[in-house]
Design a protein around this ligand. Structure first.
Ligand code: GUN
Ligand code: ZN
Length: 444
């Protein structure tokens, strides 16, 4: 691959949150271009200026009628749940027992784990997602298989082996000691290797004994730079069960707090039924909540009150939660987020929405110095969206006057079909239909 490349098309990125910083937060070039060098963005701007500054004979990929955006980021997803997606009829606790736990047992087989890890990563890329915070299964070998598959693609992924030592089938239970030892080994082998990062992953308070949560907290103390990911307050029966198991804790969040698991690199999925005290404590610790709208609707969990969380200063990211979630597509996820907020009289404008799935999510993962926006020095992870990918979208786009309208129609109508290409560290890893790529010209 040549060390320099240019991608030309409309370019949209964010410098800040449009909800607070207004239009100054938006970076848009109708005829824009990115100059890539050695996997990084060397320049982003008006096409004529970028073409002028590129070395002679730099290859140009020209995507007319397309929009180049930062690679989408998913802050909560489970790789062993690919085949659990779209399982009928249950709410959280029964869904785990009936579908999820039986499926996750298959990941004891490292060959199967590797096959699904590869499928999963390709599916993310087909949907324009270049970074995700990923739950594994309880098996260390499956997490290892995932990291190997991601390292081979050079995708920036954060993953962790699940820790669970009770309230699950025996075949899915580790112990406080083995979870500590296995997680520690994975941290030493993978955290910071290439683009891979590690997350300590106690599944949720129900499936970890106090001893295991203490082991997770010990790991966090020993490796303060690694992430913590878990679930919280998704379903009312779950919240009640946690209350019964940890009767001395102030509330659900306090269970994690007591074991030193809350800091700015902690991501808690769902957070639908949080109390005022819990929201305040989230704000104090800087831990973030991952809003998973397709999952919350599908499992009948409830509606996340984004306005309240933000009013209380809690950082909220947006995520798919496949296989509780029903789509790998962050566009579909933003679409459902819009509806969840509509049901509560709240609104999510398309610029804010796309900000959340890119720079906002990068900020929540403390990776905004590397990914999440298109500017010189950032890693060259981006996604190219096709405004005309279906007959309906093409028709609708003709009736959109502003960029906001075009973007909103994209969010409401598009999915993986709109992802024409996905580029990871300067390498095109997904091309929807190669013949649509117009290898036009080179800079003069
Ligand atoms: N809570 C504990 N485990 C899970 C899981 O796998 N999916 C969801 N949605 N919630 C959980
Ligand atoms: Zn989840």
């Amino acid at each position: 691959m040549p060390s320099h490349q240019i991608y030309r098309g409309a370019v949209l990125s964010f410098k800040d949150d449009p909800a607070t910083a207004g239009d100054d937060a938006i970076v848009f070039f109708e005829d824009g271009a990115l100059l890539l060098e050695d996997g990084l963005i060397a320049a982003c701007g008006e096409a004529n200026e970028v073409l002028d500054q590129a070395p002679q004979n730099t290859p140009v990929r020209y995507y007319q009628e397309h929009l180049i955006i930062p690679g989408l980021i998913d802050t909560h997803i489970h790789f062993p749940q690919v085949e659990v997606i779209a399982s009928f009829g249950e709410q959280l606790l029964d869904w785990l027992n009936q579908y999820t736990f039986p499926t996750e047992q298959k990941f004891a087989d490292v060959e199967y784990a590797s096959k699904i890890a590869n499928f999963f990563l390709d599916e993310l890329l087909r949907n324009g997602t270049t970074t995700a915070l990923v739950f594994g299964s309880v098996h260390a070998s499956a997490a290892e298989a995932f990291f190997k598959a991601s390292h081979r693609r050079n995708t920036r992924m954060i993953c962790g082996k699940v820790m669970m030592d009770r309230e699950a089938p025996a075949a899915l239970c580790d112990t406080a000691e083995s979870a500590y030892a296995d997680s520690r080994q994975l941290i030493e082998d993978w955290h910071g290797k290439g683009r891979q990062l590690y997350a300590i992953t106690p599944r949720f308070a129900i499936t970890s004994t106090p001893e295991q949560l203490a082991a997770a907290g010990k790991l966090k103390t020993e490796f303060p730079d690694v992430y913590v990911q878990t679930h919280i307050s998704e379903n009312r029966s779950e919240v009640d069960f946690v209350g019964a198991l940890f009767s001395d804790a102030k509330d659900y969040l306090d269970v994690y707090d007591q074991y030193g698991l809350l800091d700015k690199k902690t991501v808690l999925a769902h957070g639908i039924h949080l109390t005022e005290r819990e929201r305040k404590r989230l704000q104090e610790t800087g831990s973030s909540v991952a809003f998973c709208p397709t999952s919350n609707l599908f499992l009948g969990s409830g509606l996340l009150d984004l306005k309240q969380l933000e009013a209380d200063g809690v950082c909220v990211s947006v995520a798919t939660d496949v296989g509780g979630g029903t789509s790998f597509s962050m566009l579909r996820t933003l679409h459902e987020a819009y509806k969840v907020l509509q049901l509560q009289g709240q609104s999510l404008c398309p610029m804010r929405s796309l900000y959340m799935a890119t720079l906002g999510n990068a900020r929540s993962l403390h990776l905004a110095d590397k990914i999440g926006s298109l500017e010189a020095g950032k890693e060259a992870d981006f996604t190219i969206l096709d405004f005309n990918c279906t007959p309906l979208m093409a028709l609708k786009q003709q009736h959109c006057k502003t960029l906001r309208e075009k973007l909103f129609a994209m969010i409401m109508l598009a999915d993986d079909r709109a992802v024409a290409a996905t580029v990871v560290a300067g390498q095109c890893l997904h091309e929807r239909d190669k013949h649509a790529t117009n290898q036009a010209g080179s800079p003069t």
